[in-house]
Write a protein of this length. Structure first.
Length: 472
């Protein structure tokens, strides 16, 4: 059996907890009984549903013990506050490993970049990273607590909805390199000063940066000078990516191919051709951010290029399936994980650039957390749809009604107040050979539409590479 991630003595030392029951070894850390593995430490977090109510279920699923704030069944470490104990365990994991650490944030693209960096770290040696979008006050310490002591390199995704959320997470990770993918109008309803407040919040990533650390920044973004100044004040070395020759990683060209994309770039004076399994043009800049981050984490360029060339689109962010419907097959592009004005434009532009035997169809649900400007942002999608030559549009949700009203009759496929009510309309309309892209915010249930369309085929089969969305 592999080396234990934690012993109960180590957990007690890290958290100040008191062991009740027999000593144990844990080989993982979990907060969810639905995904718990035998040998995990179960952390009973308080919340909408109190984790203490699930300790017995965790033990029945094979948990080695629990981290809890009250007595009960099984071996457990008793602590005053399980959230604080999880954070302490994360810090102990960080300090015992000699890993070089990176952190990624940004209004869009952070999950894409984090997971692509992860692919490079795993190829280069003993790597560790966030899974899914574990980027908040629970996900970051949980990812740290899961980090093996022998880890050589690690990357963490850090997100936010409000000001003041990124700084403590950055200090927790204490990264050697950070990346801000871009800044845009995302979560703006939570910022009185709009996008400027978002930029200031993203700059909090520098709060925990190691002295002399590296900041990877998007020179094509309007907030580049502001972020560069903040990074330099934090003592960082700035590394830039963008479409200007002054950038450390200079994007020369991006070409969408039948089975992915080709990036032409000049990185530190060296010309590179980078083959991708992504079709979206935004992957031109994404790939350069990944290369600079991997370089900052001491990964060889050849290893980084190999990892990028094999990195597949992720579920809900550009993954594709051929759906064998009763009338004939169509292609489903699943961008349902999240949406905002930037990622919506990127995804629709990618869809419009695709060759198709049938129609290009967009099924869109509300983009959330955009504040008073939300109606305008939704209506303006009509221009993007026109430029991208999308054939048919289905709109779901009260905010998407503003887009529906702005569409010409020839482009209108159908409208419904909810994603659930929209899905049957699309299912009836889709024809063999169509390209159907589903995109919307997670909270507006875009995934409901994607799942309903996928269910039209008994066994969807892979359609190969796809443009990965900028959500996440």
């Amino acid at each position: 059996m592999s080396e234990a991630l934690w012993t109960s003595d180590e957990i007690a030392a890290a958290t100040g907890g008191r062991l009740e029951g027999a000593p144990f070894e844990a080989f993982g850390v979990s907060i969810d009984t639905r995904s718990i593995e035998p040998g995990d430490l179960f952390v009973a977090l308080a919340g909408v549903r109190d984790g203490h109510d699930f300790i017995e279920a965790a033990l029945a699923s094979g948990a080695a013990g629990s981290l809890a704030s009250r007595p009960g069944a099984g071996a457990r470490l008793r602590v005053a506050d399980t959230q604080m104990a999880l954070e302490a365990l994360g810090l102990a994991a960080r300090d015992r490993a000699s890993a070089r650490r990176g952190a990624v944030t940004g209004s869009v693209g952070k999950t894409s970049v984090t997971q692509a960096v992860r692919a490079g770290l795993l190829r280069a040696g003993r790597g560790h990273s966030s899974v899914k979008s574990y980027n908040n006050q629970i996900g970051v310490p949980l990812t740290l607590a899961r980090m093996p002591r022998t880890t050589e390199r690690a990357v963490f995704e850090i997100g936010m909805n409000h000001a003041g959320e990124i700084a403590p997470l950055s200090r927790m990770v204490s990264p050697h390199a950070v990346c801000i993918t871009t800044v845009g109008p995302v979560h703006t309803e939570n910022f009185a000063d709009g996008e400027a407040g978002v930029a200031l919040a993203k700059a909090e990533i520098f709060a925990g940066l190691q002295p002399g650390g590296i900041a990877v920044l998007n020179a094509d973004n309007a907030w580049f000078d502001f972020l560069k100044d903040a990074a330099l004040k934090a003592g960082a070395t700035v590394r830039s990516f963008g479409s200007d020759e002054a950038c450390d990683a200079w994007l020369l060209d991006f070409k969408a191919l039948e089975d992915g994309g080709l990036v032409r770039a000049r990185v530190d004076g060296v010309n590179l051709d980078i083959a991708l399994r992504q079709r979206g043009a935004h992957w031109g800049l994404n790939s350069l951010a990944v290369l600079l981050m991997l370089q900052a984490l001491d990964v060889d360029i050849d290893v980084a290029l190999e990892a990028l060339s094999e990195f597949e689109p992720l579920e809900g962010r550009g993954s594709e399936s051929v759906i064998q419907a009763a009338a004939g097959p169509f292609v489903l592009i699943d961008e349902s994980y999240n949406a905002n004005p930037i990622s919506m434009q990127a995804a629709l532009s990618t869809l419009g650039a695709r060759a198709s035997k049938g129609r290009r169809i967009a099924a869109l649900t509300d983009m959330l957390e955009l504040g008073p400007q939300a109606p305008r942002y939704h209506a303006e999608i009509a221009d993007v749809l026109e430029q991208s030559k999308i054939d048919l549009v289905f709109c779901g949700g009260p905010l998407m009604k503003f887009l529906w009203d702005a569409l010409p009759p020839t482009r209108r496929g159908g409208y419904a107040e909810t994603a659930a009510d929209l899905a049957p309309q699309i299912a009836r309309a889709v024809e063999p050979g169509d390209l159907v892209m589903v995109k919307g915010s997670n909270g507006s249930k875009a995934s409901t539409v994607a799942k309903a369309l996928a269910a039209l085929g008994a066994a969807p089969e892979s359609a190969g590479a796809a443009g990965r969305g900028l959500g996440g």
